[in-house]
Design a protein around this ligand. Structure first.
Ligand code: GUN
Ligand code: FE
Length: 454
């Protein structure tokens, strides 16, 4: 669908690298009819190309800025109703008590429709422009999630969950063959609704090693080889899970080796958690160029452990952030970035200050890092010519008017100037969805906050 060309004028903030956040005032970004960034002019000698003078302009003033959309590299759409409900459970009892009963109810597509519409709308309103979703085992409900993402305009990877053992009888695949047939069915559906993978892609989704027979993992590895599709799964989240993997796969050298033997450790593989990996496993994952989704909120909520992100980064692993709803309590990537900052501080309390992440690093993981994890770093995660316009307007302090209590951004101005760095830190540490005023995916406006006019 062709769009109108538009110009976005004001302050732009995005990551140039892990540690370097570019803050550019009085810039202009031209977005073409395909939703791509056609040009960027910063103050100085940059000149806009011809033909853009009379194009509709969206101009930001005051404490507002454009920021790339967030990329949630791991979220269970079907678990959204349980967000915040986990008691004192840990992974394996949490799955049996809370998760499997909820997911099994998605055999009813009316339930799926209600939940999936809500989670897609909500994550868009929090600035998540790309999400890597686990659905459930159900083909119609999984296809529906893909339909809803496409209709509401969220970029998404949608995975039909495969699980044929260590799961309740009422909720598991019958066999390797049926798991593969059902996965193929979802792949075909997604191809039919979005043939060029413009916005929606299937993702091969073995739930985690314990819930798949060796033959099923191998068949999914073969399917990856055949289709070259992305893969998502969990790894090394919790110590009891790791012990279970050792028991179920006695021939394997490690958890990571189980996936590698099945052909599932690929450059397109997203491994959620990676909390307790051994140095050998990290080396193996790096050598296969598989990616990691760090899920700090979930790792804290269901007490899985503290992933040592600084170590993983120093070793050159590719990392993004995942909310892991509903192991994680929050569907907000802004909150997740904050959780990453706090978990890194808990690591620092035992390992030293070097472990602490900076605000810029957390924002990098939520945007550019996530883009690398999902293999879309040339398209999303920052503002560069030729990239898609996946962006949000962030408003600080007095955002949309008079009907709400303002947040603290801007208040330092009473004492002098509040720098952009301070404003961004306040956004990350104290902000919420009230700060997300508008959201675009591939140039299409997909969310706007009441009272904000553009
Ligand atoms: N491991 C296997 N399934 C799940 C799940 O649904 N959530 C999390 N956090 N870990 C898992
Ligand atoms: Fe998960």
């Amino acid at each position: 669908m062709a769009l109108e060309r538009r110009k976005f004028v004001g302050t732009f903030i995005h990551s140039k690298s892990l540690t370097d956040l570019e803050i550019c005032e009085e810039a202009t970004i031209g977005v073409d009819e395909h939703g791509k960034i056609a040009y960027i002019t910063r103050p100085g000698p940059d000149k806009a190309p011809d033909g853009w003078d009379s194009v509709h302009t969206i101009k930001l003033e005051g404490n507002k800025f454009f920021f790339p959309g967030f990329i949630d590299t791991h979220i269970h759409a079907s678990q959204y109703p349980n967000a915040g409900v986990f008691g004192k459970s840990t992974l394996l009892d949490w799955l049996n008590t809370y998760t499997f009963p909820l997911e099994s109810s998605f055999s009813d597509t009316a339930i799926a429709s209600k939940v999936y519409n809500r989670v897609v709308a909500r994550t868009l309103s929090q600035g998540t422009t790309t999400a890597c979703y686990y659905a459930t085992t159900h083909v119609p409900a999984t296809n529906l999630l893909a339909d809803i993402c496409l209709k509401r305009g969220q970029r998404a990877f949608v995975g039909r969950v495969c699980m044929d053992r260590m799961s309740p009888e009422y909720y598991q695949d019958e066999s390797t063959e049926s798991a593969i047939a059902d996965t193929r069915s979802c792949i075909s559906h997604i191809r039919s609704i979005d043939p060029s993978f413009d916005l929606i892609s299937p993702v091969i989704t073995p739930r985690f090693a314990p819930s798949c027979h060796t033959a099923t993992l191998a068949a999914l590895g073969a399917l990856q080889k055949e289709t070259n599709l992305p893969v998502q799964t969990h790894i090394s989240e919790n110590t009891s899970e790791i012990a279970l993997v050792a028991e179920l796969f006695p021939e394997a050298d490690s958890y990571a080796h189980v996936y590698d033997t099945a052909g599932l450790l690929t450059p397109k593989t997203i491994l959620a958690h990676a909390v307790h990996l051994s140095p050998t496993e990290r080396q193996l994952i790096k050598s296969r160029d598989a990616k990691i989704s760090h899920c700090p909120a979930s790792n804290t909520a269901i007490t899985s452990g503290r992933a040592k992100v600084r170590e993983l980064l120093d070793e050159g692993l590719t990392i993004g952030l995942g909310t892991d709803v509903s192991g994680g309590h929050t569907s907000s990537m802004l909150s997740e970035a904050r959780e990453a900052l706090f978990v890194s501080r808990h690591v620092a309390m035992t390992d030293g200050d070097e472990a602490k992440l900076a605000v810029e690093e957390a924002l990098y993981l939520a945007t550019r890092g996530g883009a690398k994890v999902v293999g879309l770093e040339s398209k999303i995660g920052g503002f560069e010519m030729g990239m898609d316009w996946d962006a949000q307007v962030v408003g600080l302090g007095d955002t949309v008017g008079t009907d709400e209590i303002d947040q603290s951004e801007g208040l330092l101005e009473i004492f002098g100037k509040e720098t952009w760095e301070e404003k961004v830190a306040k956004w990350v540490y104290t902000g919420d969805d009230r700060n997300t005023l508008a959201v675009w995916v591939k140039g299409r406006l997909v969310h706007k906050r009441n009272g904000f006019t553009i």
